[in-house]
Structure formats: structure tokens, C-alpha cells
Ligand binder design. Structure first.
Ligand SMILES: Nc1nc2c(c(=O)[nH]1)N[C@H]1C(S)=C(S)[C@@H](COP(=O)(O)O)O[C@H]1N2
Ligand SMILES: [Mo]
Length: 173
């Protein structure tokens, strides 16, 4: 009996090792779960822990669209654009007309985790904050160069710093 118990020790160690690995895998997939809905071509809108909507570019195209000509000043110099876009206020209203009054701030995030902020008062200003999906009549390119990306544009901003490219999420605070 004594001998058998001794021989079981390596087997028990192996099983514990496998269980430990399984726990690690489960914990990591749990930690990564919020990334599941973050992909280009769709926009996740959240408030705290709740997911309010997941909109595609096709969803945005159902809303009134405008063409916006602008020059963006960036560290790479000036670039001319003609964006096809929809007002962010209309996008939020299309989910729930109470959102723009219930929340004060918006965090915008790109697929590269680039993060920027907006006050809801800026979103309320007419002809100011838009989500664009085309430039010069062509679909915006994703970070990996495919067609189908979204971008924040802000008419009142002199520089393009807050114009979040590869937009994948909007968090309401
Ligand atoms: N996702 C993402 N958006 C971004 C950035 C970035 O690094 N990642 N840089 C910002 C800055 S600092 C500027 S000036 C403009 C640059 O615009 P461009 O990409 O059209 O040149 O994008 C803004 N949006
Ligand atoms: Mo910039």
C-alpha cells in the first residue's frame, strides 16, 4: 500500500498542473471577454458595465448623411478631406433618445486603443461632432487596410487630435 501511494505522487502533480493551466486559461479568457465585440466595422456603445448597442456601418448609413469638406492639421502636415458622415447626436438618438441628456461625457476608442474624450455639450452643438465612414466617396480604411472603418470628426477642433480613427467603441459617462 505504502509503495502504491508513493508512485501516485508524480501522477497527482501532473493532474494538479493540468488543472492549474485550465484555471489560467479560463481566467485569461474571462479577462479578455470585453474585447470580443471590439472589431472594425462595428461600433460598441456602452454605459458603465452595460452594452447599449452594437452598430454596423450599414446601421449608420440608414441615418441622414452629410458631406463635410475639411482640412486636418496634424504632425504629418495638412490633409484635405471630404467626409461622408452622420451626426453623433443622431446616432445616439437612434439607440435611445434619452442618452444625450442622461450622460455628460463620451470616451471614444480606436482598435489601436487610441482614446479620446468629448463633452456631451459638444455633441449637442449643431454641425459639430460626426461619425464618418467615407472620404472622397471611398470607404474609410481599417488599420489593416481593408474597406470599412469609422472615424470621429469634430468641426470645431482646429487640430485632428481627437478625430479618433478606427473607431470601435463609445463609452458614455
Ligand atoms: N485610432 C487613432 N486615431 C487617431 C490617432 C491615433 O494614433 N490612433 N492619432 C490622432 C492624431 S494625434 C491626429 S493629428 C490625427 C491624424 O489624422 P490622420 O490619421 O488623418 O493623419 O488622428 C488622430 N486620431
Ligand atoms: Mo496629432
Amino acid at each position: 500500500m505504502q509503495v502504491t501511494t508513493e508512485n501516485n505522487r508524480p501522477k497527482k502533480l501532473l493532474i494538479s498542473g493540468i488543472l492549474l493551466l485550465a484555471v489560467i486559461v479560463v481566467v485569461f479568457s474571462f479577462l479578455n471577454r470585453s474585447q470580443d465585440n471590439l472589431q472594425e466595422g462595428q461600433l460598441l456603445i456602452t454605459a458603465g458595465d452595460s452594452e447599449l448597442a452594437l452598430l454596423t456601418i450599414t446601421d449608420l448609413q440608414q441615418l441622414p448623411a452629410v458631406e463635410k469638406k475639411m482640412v486636418i492639421n496634424s504632425s504629418r502636415g495638412k490633409s484635405e478631406h471630404q467626409f461622408t458622415c452622420t451626426e453623433l447626436r443622431q446616432v445616439l438618438d437612434s439607440i435611445d433618445s434619452g442618452l444625450t441628456t442622461r450622460y455628460d461625457r463620451i470616451i471614444t476608442r480606436g482598435i489601436d486603443n487610441y482614446t479620446s474624450g468629448l463633452e456631451m455639450s459638444e455633441v449637442w452643438q449643431p454641425d459639430n461632432v460626426y461619425i464618418a465612414w467615407a472620404d472622397g466617396g471611398k470607404p474609410l480604411k481599417t488599420k489593416t487596410g481593408q474597406e470599412g472603418s469609422m472615424r470621429i470628426i469634430i468641426m470645431a477642433d482646429e487640430f485632428g487630435q481627437r478625430f479618433t480613427n478606427y473607431l470601435v467603441s463609445i463609452e458614455l459617462e
